[in-house]
Design a protein around this ligand. Sequence first.
Ligand code: B12
Ligand code: SF4
Length: 590
Amino acid sequence: MPASPEILFVNMPPFESYFADAAPHLGMLYVMTSLRRRGHSVGYLDCSRRGTRRSQILDAIRGAAPRMVCFSVDTDNLYNVGHMSKVLKKEFGEDLLILLGGPASQGQPEDIMNAGVADVLVIGEGEFSACEVADALLKGEGRLEDVAGICYRTPEGLKFTAPRDPIENLDSVPIPDRDFLPKDHVYEASIITGRGCPFRCTFCFEGRMGNKYRHRSPENILREIESLVERYKRPFIVINDDTFTSDIQHTKTVLRMIRERFTPWKDLVMFCEVRVDMVSRHPELVEDLVSAGVNRIQLGVESADLGVLKDYKRLNVKPDLVEKVVRWFHEAGIASIYCGFIAGGPKETRETLATTMRFAERLLHEVAPGTFECNCSFLTPLAGTELFARPQDYGLTLLDPGLKTSSNFNFPVVATEHLSVEEINNFRGHFVDTIRDGVQRIIGTLPREKMELHIRLKREFNVSTMYSEQMVVFPRMQYYWDMVGEHAYEAASELPDSEILERFPTRVPAFTRMDSGRVTIRQGASDLTLSPIGTQVYGLCSGKLKGREIVDEMHTRFNGSAPPYAELQSDVISFVRSLDRNYALFLKDY
Ligand code: B12
Ligand code: SF4
């Protein structure tokens, strides 16, 4: 950052939202990039790291001595930003200007301004408004009252200017400049390819930038992806839009261009959100997405009860469609399908929750075992949404409309006509436990190739799925994958028979039981009991003998009654392969 930037952006999520650590704040990057292009000197302070203290923020601001400090406000960090603005004004005086913007600006501008002492709030998209505000306040060019789409403080109270239209041509906005991000931290390679959403789901805030969906041109999107591949070398590209698949021809063109330009796994892998109704109408999208390198998708499922879905205005995403689409992606070999569920929706009852639980379990165990994963959050109506405006029409009681108790949607704030917050809370706990236990059971049944996809995502792209996370409860499997990684030892499945004979089969350390000459290998996803002969071979897999030497040793042990040598050799190879499939052995080459 410049030594003394005139404008300092401070990214300040609520301190407990740890998962925000690696996500770059794209909204701020967009606005900072536009300000820099306009000739302003801009710096960035990222406080999303764990354990950032107020004293560190103040020290950084003291060091940078900016004339204007900017924060991004969402419903969740509104209080923190409010507190901080007061601290800053007290510490640095009225001359330090405080500018706010962010998603919450369109739902609760007064709340934001009243929570603190900021000077100006940009409402909606910030690229043009922020430049005009900075021109007026820092360069004396133009007047605040002429800047569309802001709210500012005057001695007479808050003043709102005329609303600003959504930016029609998103290519006119400069691509976010990642040079603003601190170099000592690894950030996610995330992008936004469009803005706005034509739908009006009653719980969602997405209509805020004008509900008309607008997207960047495919060429503009590809330019950003190319720069991310260049910068991060084999990145996991996260396409953050909720609406990436909303305009089918556009989506297909973007995917085709990505396919033509990059090779999945070699150059990149990708994540995106997928609309169930669009895929169901255009099944070819499954192959288009997977072949372009999309290896993790997210689907908003929310509930499996039609009444609840109707009140969410999401009957276009019915459970039978979800099931069909999940099955298609699973069969296409995608690594992970992440589904989002909500607990505590309109008119929710124990029965509707049970329906949702059963549906999630069905997807997990029957439809897409090894691929399906999910989470369940509490319904948290945000200011500006339909459920917030008219909760009574949906049988909801907002117990904490200001969300003083909720952080990252991790505390229930709504009761339904039939369910208390305790019941909703406890259901969520039950949901999460059931899915986690289910994933653990499934891990033991997955073919090695499926598990390998999860391991590769983790190892090569630092992406954890529930399957790679839950592996920790199986030490044998964990050890195996630690050894059989990209740069470590080989797996029998990767080698021809002749090579297996030249390697040193090495047992994964695991607790064993011994009964009547048979070994049972434990600590995996499933126990493995060996035959008496297998037990002997397993004993010889100590990493000291080559596969060929093990065959010789066994041949001698048979003491004249051995089967033909070729048969014994083939049995040993099959045995090594079966131990490999069970994560019980790897192959050294010395
Ligand atoms: C990626 C993402 C995340 C990431 C990264 C967060 C980030 N801000 O980049 C993570 C996973 C951390 C996250 C977490 C949460 N998120 Co989130 N997230 C998104 C998502 C999908 C994309 C964000 C994005 O890049 N948008 C694109 C940019 C261009 O838009 P923007 O950020 O709004 O920025 C523009 C304007 O707001 C403005 N602006 C923004 N900041 C500033 C600052 C200044 C000074 C100025 C002048 C202007 C300005 O100008 C920008 C350019 O036009 C959005 C949905 C969406 N499509 O926006 C939800 C969204 C922002 N998240 C939301 C929520 C509720 C959350 C959570 C609170 C809860 C949750 N479980 O999701 C948590 C906690 C957030 C926190 N404070 O830590 C809501 C916010 C609603 C609200 N009223 O606040 C959204 C809108 C989703 C929704 N539809 O409800 N999120
Ligand atoms: S949930 Fe998805 S489809 Fe519905 S309004 Fe939000 S972004 Fe649009």
